[in-house]
Design a protein around this ligand. Structure first.
Ligand SMILES: C=C1C[C@]23C[C@@]1(O)CC[C@H]2[C@@]12CCC[C@@](C)(C(=O)O1)[C@H]2[C@@H]3C(=O)O
Ligand SMILES: O=C(O)CCC(=O)C(=O)O
Ligand SMILES: [Fe+2]
Length: 357
C-alpha cells in the first residue's frame, strides 16, 4: 500500500499543476516520486499472468469465478466491441491530448465538477504530480468538446457516445456474469442486482494520456488506487504500463504484476462497490500506471456503477452465520464523496461497526 503524502495539493489552482505538455529533459522534483519500488515487479509469465477469458467460452462462469477469487482482475476477448470503434476512439484521444495546453485548459474541470480536462481526483492526496493528463466524461461530452474544438466537436462526441453505448451493454453483461459466478441464480440476480438493465447503469469514461518520460523509474503515470465502481473496463493502447498489486492466495508476498496490452482486449478491474456487493468474496484490485521512456501511452477507463440514487450493500444471499454483512449500504455518490475525503480509507469507513465518517 503506498504511503500517503505529507502535503495535499487540493487548493492549488489547476493551471499551476499543469506541466508544459511534459517537455522535460529530466524528471523535475515536482514529478519525482519516492517509494515506487516498495514491492518487486514481475513480468507476466506462466502462472503469473492475469487470466485472459473469452466471453464466448462455455465454461465462462467458472472461469470468471476463479479469476475474481485468485486475481481480482481479468482480461477479456470475445466481447463483441468492434476493433474499428477502438481505433477511432484512439485517434480522437490523440487529437485531444495533442492540443495546446491553453486549448485543453478551456475545457478544464470546474471546481466541484466531475467532467473535463485536468488532474484525476486522487491527485489531491499526493504532494507530487503524476506523469499524465486526464479527461473525464460523465454525461454528455458536448459542452467540453465545444470548448476544445469550436468548429469540429461532433466527431469526438459521436465516437464517445457510440463507445458509451456499447460499453454500457458490455458492462451490464459482465456485471451479471460476475454475479452468476458468485453462485447466485438468475432469480437471485433479478431480485438483488442494483442495475435493472443497461440503460440504468451509471457510468463515466476516463481518458488517460501518459507522455514518454526521460526517467520512467522516478515517476508514476497514475498512483496506486482501487476504483470505486462495481467494475471498470480498461482499454490500453499497445504500450505497456498497467500493473496490479497481487499477493498469491492473498497471503504470499506482494508483487506488482504487469498487465500486458493484448490487442482488442479489455482489462476488467473489480472495484470497491463489487467488494461491498459480494461481501468481500471478490476484492477490489489495487493498480497503478507506469510510464514508458519512448512511447506515448493512452488508456481509457469505463467505470460501471449503480444508478446514482440506488444504495449498494452486501447481497443477502452472500451473507451468513460465518460472515454477516461486512459493509453498510451506500450510494455511488455517497461513496465517491467519502473517497474524496478519505481516499484509501473509504472502505474502512463504511465497515459495519467501524464507521468513521
Ligand atoms: C466515476 C468516477 C470514477 C473515478 C471518479 C469518477 O467520478 C470519474 C474519474 C474516475 C477516476 C479515474 C482515475 C482513478 C480514479 C480513482 C480517480 O481519481 O478518478 C477514478 C475514480 C474512482 O474510481 O472513484
Ligand atoms: O492507465 C491505466 O492503465 C490505468 C488507468 C486507471 O487505473 C484508471 O483510469 O482508473
Ligand atoms: Fe483505476
Amino acid at each position: 500500500m503506498p504511503s500517503l503524502p505529507e502535503k495535499p495539493l487540493s487548493n492549488v489552482p489547476l493551471q499551476l499543476h499543469q506541466p508544459k505538455n511534459f517537455q522535460f529533459d529530466s524528471v523535475p522534483e515536482s514529478h519525482a516520486w519516492r517509494d515506487l519500488h516498495d514491492h518487486p515487479t514481475v513480468d507476466p509469465i506462466g502462472p503469473d499472468t492475469v487470466p485472459l477469458i473469452d466471453l464466448t467460452d462455455p465454461k465462462l462462469t467458472a472461469k470468471i469465478s476463479k479469476a475474481c477469487e485468485e486475481w481480482d482482475v481479468f482480461q477479456i476477448t470475445g466481447h463483441g466491441v468492434q476493433p474499428d470503434l477502438l481505433t477511432r476512439l484512439e485517434a480522437q484521444i490523440h487529437r485531444l491530448f495533442a492540443l495546446s495546453a491553453d486549448r485543453k485548459l478551456k475545457a478544464a474541470k470546474s471546481p466541484g465538477d466531475v467532467s473535463g480536462y485536468g488532474l484525476v481526483p486522487i491527485s489531491s492526496f499526493f504532494s507530487k504530480l503524476m506523469w499524465s493528463e486526464g479527461f473525464t466524461i460523465s454525461g454528455s461530452p458536448l459542452h467540453h468538446a465545444q470548448k476544445l474544438w469550436p468548429d469540429d466537436y461532433s466527431s469526438f462526441c459521436d465516437v464517445v457516445e457510440e463507445f458509451d453505448n456499447v460499453m454500457r451493454q458490455l458492462g451490464n453483461k459482465l456485471l451479471h456474469k460476475i454475479l452468476l459466478s458468485l453462485g447466485l441464480s438468475k432469480e437471485d440476480i433479478i431480485r438483488a442486482c442494483p442495475v435493472r438493465d443497461w440503460h440504468d447503469m451509471s457510468a463515466a469514461v476516463q481518458l488517460n494520456s501518459y507522455p514518454p518520460c526521460p526517467d520512467p523509474d522516478r515517476t508514476i503515470g497514475l498512483a496506486a488506487h482501487t476504483d470505486s465502481s462495481f467494475l471498470t473496463l480498461l482499454y490500453q493502447n499497445s504500450v505497456s504500463g498497467l500493473q496490479i498489486l497481487r499477493s498469491k492466495d492473498h497471503t504470499g508476498p506482494m508483487r506488482w504484476v504487469t498487465v500486458p496490452p493484448v490487442p482488442n482486449t479489455f482489462t476488467v478491474n473489480i472495484g470497491d462497490l463489487m467488494h461491498v456487493l459480494s461481501n468481500v468474496r471478490f476484492r477490489s484490485v489495487m493498480h497503478r500506471a507506469m510510464v514508458n521512456p519512448a512511447k506515448h501511452r493512452i488508456s481509457v477507463g469505463f467505470f460501471c456503477g449503480p444508478p446514482m440514487d440506488v444504495k449498494v450493500g452486501p447481497i443477502n444471499k452472500l451473507t451468513g452465520p460465518e460472515r454477516g454483512p461486512v459493509y453498510r449500504p451506500v450510494t455511488w455518490q455517497e461513496y465517491q464523496r467519502l473517497r474524496r475525503k478519505l481516499f484509501d480509507k473509504a472502505l474502512e469507513a463504511i465497515k459495519i461497526g467501524e464507521e468513521i465518517a
